[in-house]
Design a protein around this ligand. Structure first.
Ligand code: TXA
Ligand code: MG
Length: 319
């Protein structure tokens, strides 16, 4: 991989004050910056700048009907662009900063450019916990739109090298903060008056949400969708993926879990948080392996296991 490392040196900058200043300047002048969060790397731009947002969609090859998440430093800033009822405020106060995205109505004077929300009258807001992303929000003073920093439909990046590999020559300045700790994308929750609905399972689990709200939540969405991106084949390696595989065939790279050892084990001790952290890196490795296909061991669906199974199911779906 020495070739790609050379290239990484060209684009990636180690976390440090100067790198933050350079990145903030780039964002303020309408540029893109790839930045780590606690979940995955994001491809950030000023959410009020229409041409910067167009550049995100172009760089990712993302369909323009799939809206973006806007990142904010705290709930007070979030209230400038989204309307928080009591339930939304309760969730934000409990889980922010952290891997929870809240879909709320836009404010009437929301300055975010319409392409960010793909024409919806709601906006997806997240206050990330990663110190580097927090510093960038503060230094830039911007509301930062940031989808995962990969080509649309591909595996999400949990290292700077993954960003470089997926975006190739289109990769912008990458702030290298090392490996993302949580490893799967934020839980997306839509606020529906005084109830809520999980649109994407993630690190904040169904059980967490039920405990804090005292509500079961509206059943996860099926066919009527407001975020079309949720249903497409996604997080997909270039090879076929077979899930719930206790055994593998000779032409399969086997991703293991617990007692199912595999060629690479997500967590030998059967720890789901550890498995989530390792998930996308393992898919990247499996994708680059010599075997023609990928098999993945069964993974329990409890807790963050729901998010792992959601991503694997999408990875296994052919478009
Ligand atoms: O952890 C994360 O959430 C990462 C990091 C970078 O923050 N970001 C991320 O963004 O996963 P992205 O673009 O890959 O996924 C955003 C999802 C999309 O599937 C989109 O459909 C949904 O959020 N979304 C955005 N705005 C929405 C809205 N107004 N209503 C419903 N869904 C929305
Ligand atoms: Mg994504």
């Amino acid at each position: 991989m020495s070739g790609s490392n050379d290239h990484i040196d060209g684009n990636a900058r180690r976390y440090g004050k100067q790198a933050i200043v350079a990145a903030a300047e780039r964002l303020q002048s309408g540029g893109l910056v790839a930045v780590p969060t606690e979940t995955v790397y994001g491809l950030a731009a000023d959410s009020t700048n229409a041409s910067a947002i167009a550049d995100i969609y172009r760089t990712k090859g993302r369909p323009d009907f799939n809206p973006l998440i806007v990142h904010v430093p705290d709930i007070d800033t979030a209230r400038k662009i989204g309307m928080f009822n009591d339930l939304a405020a309760t969730l934000a106060k409990k889980f922010w900063p952290g891997p929870l995205t809240l879909v709320v109505p836009k404010t009437s004077d929301c300055p975010v450019t319409p392409a960010v929300t793909a024409g919806l009258d709601t906006i997806a807001l997240r206050c990330p916990a990663h110190p580097l992303m927090q510093e960038l929000l503060e230094a830039s003073g911007l509301f930062l739109a940031a989808p995962s920093a990969n080509k649309s439909g591909e595996i999400s990046p949990t290292t700077a090298e993954h960003v470089e590999r997926s975006l190739g020559s289109a990769a912008p300045l990458i702030l290298d903060g090392g490996r993302c700790e949580t490893g799967v994308e934020s839980t997306i929750v839509a606020i529906r008056d005084n109830d809520y609905q999980i649109l994407r399972p993630g690190p904040i689990t169904k059980e967490d949400l039920q405990r804090i709200t005292g509500k079961l939540g509206i059943a996860e969405q099926s066919s009527t969708i407001e975020a079309p991106g949720q249903l497409m084949s996604h997080y997909a390696p270039s090879k076929p993926v077979r899930i719930n595989a206790k055994q593998s065939e000779s032409d399969e790279y086997h991703i293991g879990f617990g007692d199912t050892e595999g060629d690479k084990n997500l967590s030998a001790s059967g720890d789901l948080a550890e498995a989530a952290t390792n998930l996308f890196a393992a898919l990247h490795i499996a994708d680059a392996a010599t075997q023609a296909q990928i098999a993945v061991a069964p993974i329990p669906k409890s807790g963050i296991g729901a998010a792992i199974n959601d991503r694997l199911k999408r990875a296994s779906q052919q478009e």
